[in-house]
Ligand binder design. Structure first.
Ligand SMILES: [Fe+2]
Length: 229
């Protein structure tokens, strides 16, 4: 299903001299459509339960969407595929989130950044979008046992774009080189993400803990960007 045709905004996109960079809506020149950003913030309340701990507390919630992006000269045609994740069972995005303007610009700009940095002729991308909330409770830390230091197995990723950190410590993003030596450690604030080459680098996010009494959470978007052809 064709969702929208967009042109990347190239003026701030750069050829990187390292294999990762911090991204923000400002440096990606993502359309300042506050209503679509707020729509995402509130949609995190509607994610589906993904992981519970041994006491039955929900420690991760998630939704997932898959997109195909065709490039014709400088026009990016974005299709929603409706495909399920091959790697894991997860609920698809809410229907009203599929054409969210912020999502579409985030994918367009990071695909353009991938094209610029791969220095290849690319005619299409496949992008998986993950909307994830991790939760912590007093005395119970979130630990994603399924994910140690890992790669997603694609070309480029946004490992996390943080929409909101609430009442938490931890949740630090660590980047490793191909020998799994630490290259950088970044605590992403609200409105910050990391774009990185998934072929050359590995990544990990440290567990979160509630700062004060009560629940804490970290709301993020992740993108897996695969060069199709
Ligand atoms: Fe990951």
């Amino acid at each position: 299903m064709l969702i929208r045709k967009l042109r990347p905004r190239w003026s701030n996109l750069q050829w990187l001299n390292k294999d990762y960079c911090k991204i923000t809506p400002q440096n990606l020149e993502i359309y300042k459509d506050f209503s679509s950003y707020y729509q995402i913030l509130s949609s995190f309340n509607n994610l589906d339960v993904d992981i519970t701990n041994d006491k039955g507390f929900i420690t991760q919630m998630r939704r997932y969407g898959n997109y195909h992006i065709d490039i014709d000269r400088d026009v990016y045609s974005i299709y929603y595929t409706g495909k399920k994740s091959e790697k894991r069972k997860s609920t698809l995005l809410e229907p009203e989130m599929i054409d969210n303007t912020f999502f579409l610009y985030l994918m367009t700009q990071t695909c353009a950044l991938s094209l610029l940095n791969s220095q290849k002729r690319i005619s299409s991308f496949n992008v998986s979008l993950h909307q994830v909330r991790q939760l912590s409770y007093p005395g119970i830390e979130f630990k994603n046992d399924q994910e140690g230091i890992h790669q997603e197995g694609v070309d480029y990723i946004v490992s996390s774009f943080v929409l909101k950190r609430y009442n938490i410590n931890g949740g630090e993003s660590i980047i490793y080189n191909k020998d799994k030596n630490k290259v950088d450690q970044i605590t992403l604030k609200n409105g910050e993400g990391i774009f990185q080459n998934d072929k050359k680098l590995w990544h990990y996010v440290t567990p979160i803990q509630s700062k004060r009494d009560g629940v804490g959470y970290r709301d993020t978007i992740g993108l897996d960007i695969r060069i199709d052809s």
